[in-house]
Design a protein around this ligand. Structure first.
Ligand code: NAI
Ligand code: MG
Length: 506
């Protein structure tokens, strides 16, 4: 173990220990009412790193009470003042960047160099962006359609916002939800993911230091026991969720009886399409980047259906396999690792389940990977080789369902019409990528593809000021941009004021 690796690990373990068994309520780290605990494990080693409170409806009530009390004062603070506080909070995140990125790598198993550091940087940038937009929240002034009347709309805070996040990008998704909600004058109760609770808690602890107590509250726990009472709580007026498509549907149903607005960022089975005229210098690395192999494929935007024109099929796959073979998998806190560990044993089993289906199909060709990594440095951690498959029929569950692991399927095609039909033949509509030099084709792709996040000749991850969200069964609404802050975290009043008649006679 190098000195840096050991230093990173000690820093992260220290924070995990300090934050163990804590929730954040009314500005303070406290113990939960529930005495049940969730074991938290380092995905890189399988070792226990701490515990998170298994909060239930009583803790939900305390957290929502704290947020509701804070709301009545917070909404009256001028928007620019709220923004300045968030800017100060973002600066604090910068000061404690080392702690945040190492704890993120420990929590998630996402490699420090390739994932945890960029996610931390992107999260600080996003917090600054929303802080700076505080003064831009405004309604509209209408022309005098009704005689003698002033007509305008307001953009007001909604109240207590419930944010529920998954484990795959727990830092970015935390700030993507809480920063716009808080800057717009709401208060928040965040429920962290049971597999990776610590980094989100650390970041909220730091942000809360620059905010009045109770504006930001954090609880941990399981979906049914903690998430559902939080959504259903009568004082929660808005829900924002990122996670699986099946839970997204439950969340919409739980929020429906009180007509509570819901933003949903759900899964995808995203096409990454390489046309025969594509620039392979960028398209081949685009297969690797697009699949998010350095995040173990645990990304909702993962381009897991790789459609390649038959004329260049072998050449592209040969190049992709060459690149895959150069990636180093290992402990997330070791900066020489390109790829880290899968979040949990349960999630590793999901990859094994889909690979079992693939292996049982006689037409499957495993071009790279295809095995769980065991023994040696992989002993007791959750590792699976980055895997590229060819030959599976598009109808296979491996090509249709979200594996959320490091498994991509290559699929050959003959024509643009054929590939578009296949790419759109899914319940999902999250992201899609096309590689071509033909502008006309590119624009036709943009017109015809059924996806909310569409890229041509690149496959970057969503970031600050990129309006991001899915269509079809991949979600409801957009996040990460100014319009999302207005659309999802404010409510509007329409105001009509009769001008009256002046009674001063001069
Ligand atoms: P999940 O959707 O069950 O969990 C995400 C969050 O929702 C967690 O905080 C969890 O505690 C909470 N939750 C679960 N059930 C709930 C309920 N009934 N009410 C309220 N909150 C609830 O995702 P999970 O189980 O971690 O992963 C399973 C699969 O979901 C993955 O393999 C992947 O396919 C998909 N997924 C997609 C994500 C995305 O970014 N689109 C993120 C995480 C998972
Ligand atoms: Mg689940």
């Amino acid at each position: 173990m190098s000195d840096d690796f050991k230093k990173n690990l000690d820093l992260a373990l220290g924070n995990a220990k300090r934050l163990s068994n804590k929730i954040l309520i009314d500005g303070k780290l406290i113990s939960a009412k529930s005495s049940n605990k969730i074991k938290v494990v380092n995905p890189s080693t399988g070792e226990k790193i701490g515990e998170a409170p298994q909060c239930d409806a009583h803790d939900v009530d305390t957290a929502v009470g704290s947020a509701e009390t804070a709301f009545h004062k917070w909404k009256k603070i001028p928007a620019r003042e709220r923004g300045k506080m968030m800017t100060a909070a973002a600066r604090k995140l910068e000061d404690r960047r080392d702690e945040i990125e190492t704890l993120l790598a420990l929590d998630t198993g996402n490699a420090l160099r390739t994932q945890a550091k960029p996610e931390t940087a992107a999260s600080i940038e996003l917090t600054h962006m929303f802080a700076g937009l505080a003064g831009e929240i405004k309604g509209e002034n209408y022309p005098p359609n009704i005689p003698n009347t002033i007509h305008y709309t307001t953009k007001d805070p909604i109240g207590v916002v419930c944010a529920i996040i998954p484990w795959n990008a727990p830092l970015f998704l935390t700030v993507a939800k809480i920063a716009p909600a808080i800057v717009a004058g709401n208060t928040v109760v965040l429920k962290t993911a049971e597999q990776a609770p610590f980094c989100a808690l650390l970041v909220c602890e730091i942000l809360q230091q620059e905010l009045p107590p109770g504006v930001l509250n954090v609880i941990s726990g399981y979906g049914e026991e903690c998430g559902e009472p939080l959504i259903a709580h009568e004082k929660v007026r808005k829900v924002t969720f990122t996670g699986s498509f099946s839970v997204g549907k439950i969340i919409a149903m739980k929020a429906a009886p009180k007509l509570c607005p819901v933003t949903l960022e759900l899964g995808g089975k995203n096409p990454n399409i390489i046309m025969s005229d594509a620039d392979l210098e960028i398209a081949i690395p685009g297969v690797i980047d697009g699949m998010r192999y350095t995040r173990q494929g645990q990304a909702c935007t993962a381009g897991s259906r790789v459609y390649i024109h038959e004329k260049i099929y072998d050449k592209v796959l040969e190049g992709a396999v060459d690149k895959l073979s150069k990636l180093k998998m290992g402990n997330a806190l070791d900066e020489t690792s390109d790829i880290g560990a899968i979040i949990s044993e349960e999630q590793l089993k999901r990859t094994l389940y889909y690979m079992d289906i693939a292996k049982k199909n006689s037409s499957t060709e495993i071009l790279h990977g295809g095995n769980q990594s065991k023994g040696g440095e992989y002993k007791d951690g959750f590792y699976y080789e980055p895997t590229l498959l060819s030959g599976l029929p598009v109808s296979s569950p491996v090509c249709q369902e979200e594996v959320f692991g490091p498994v991509a399927c290559a699929i050959p095609f003959k024509s643009f019409d054929e590939v578009m039909k296949s790419a759109n033949d899914t319940q999902f509509g999250l992201s899609a990528v096309l590689w071509t030099k033909d502008l006309s084709r590119a624009l036709q792709f943009v017109d015809e593809i059924e996806a909310g996040f569409v890229q041509v000749n690149q496959c970057v991850a969503p970031r600050a000021n990129v309006s991001y969200g899915g269509i079809k069964m991949s979600g409801l609404g957009k996040e990460y941009a100014f319009d999302s802050m207005i659309n999802h975290f404010t409510q509007s009043k329409t105001v009509l004021i009769n001008r009256g008649k002046s009674n001063i006679d001069v």
